[in-house]
Design a protein around this ligand. Sequence first.
Ligand code: GLY
Ligand code: MN
Ligand code: MN
Length: 436
Amino acid sequence: MIKMTEFAKRRKQLMQKIGPTGIVVVFAAPPASRNGDADYPYRQQSDFYYLTGFEEPDAVAIIAPKRKEGEFILFNRIRNRDEEIWTGQRAGQTGACKHFGADEAYPIDQLSKKLPDLLTGREEVHYTLGTHTAFDALLMDALNKLRGRIRSGIQSPLSFVDLTCTVHEMRLIKSPAEIALMRKAAQISAAAHLHAMAICNPGMNESDLEAEITYQFQIHGGRHHAYTPIVGSGIHSCTLHYNDNNRIIKNKDIVLIDAGCEYQNYASDITRTFPANGRFSNEQRAIYEIVLEAQLAGIKAVRPKAEWCAVQNAIVKVITQGLMELKLLKGNLHSLLEQKAYTKFYMHGAGHWLGLDVHDVGRCKIHDKWRRLEPGMVLTVEPGIYIPAGTEGVPKQWHNIGVRIEDDVLVTPSGNDVLSKDAPKMIEDIEAIMQG
Ligand code: GLY
Ligand code: MN
Ligand code: MN
């Protein structure tokens, strides 16, 4: 669990970053309608959660360095007995101050009245423009009100600064408490992948495996998937973001599962691929071995000071060499790499940052230069090879083999630590589990 003192520390660090002329405005996620009266399960906006720990909707956090009356102001829902009977207890304004460390808390319907005063005298507004027009409009309205008062000597803000430059840079380096939660998320997911391998049999539906994985997540505390799970057998193993998950698994199929739970709002993201009947065919094995070797090379490239692109460079070299040996790519290594010939079979990146969001925030390039890895960053390493039926120039025996292997990797001072290492990926381990 992240302690309230850690959320307070983040706000303090943020205030130091933006200086006394800045102000931060962050909106809670709006509830998302699924249809009619039914909403999707509520999930707090990650920046908002990162700075407050507050998980209710209809809230706005203001962080105003050096403000005399208090630097952390929360606008949130009022207590309301009738509504709480339907949707559960609320913190209210008293709870916001007492349990979430707000210096001041106001009912959310006072936001538009109070916002102009809070922005007065500030030069930079740190805010993510463009995600919700209603939030943007509220802020613009407050700015317009301020501009109307300029003749009385009031100063209105001069610029907007995206949270990419501040909060997202902070979110990129995980604290020990965050790493502990991410390790737990990865452990739950790894155990669920192992379980899916152990129970998979031809004749099952892909959705049966999804159900088993969901069950394993939930009984171990991973209430939600971090993203829509992918359970693709046969040709569906070649669809990168397949999520129909509704086909009967056949005897000779390969099965690709990309599923990760969220644990206390922190994501895991694991992919494992295995033969439906428990034994890799020669072609499945050949492709799998290349992807595994590429993934191990990619993980080895994860260490402090390595450039972000080092992981992909290591991967594409192994994949190109492997596909040349299988005669699925023809030519010379150097020119095949230069032409990016591998994109016929491996068409995505090596991975992404992982954290509160599954595709977590943080820049990979800064001023046209690849970012260098630092201890505390977490990224996925997820090479794949995909050969759907109909792939030009590829003999039939290779068709409908899609293999991806994905792990969650923490950069440590001495190299890296694979948080998802409990999910088996060596061929002999997978076959032993499936036949055991
Ligand atoms: N699960 C989505 C991804 O691997 O990026
Ligand atoms: Mn991923
Ligand atoms: Mn994934």
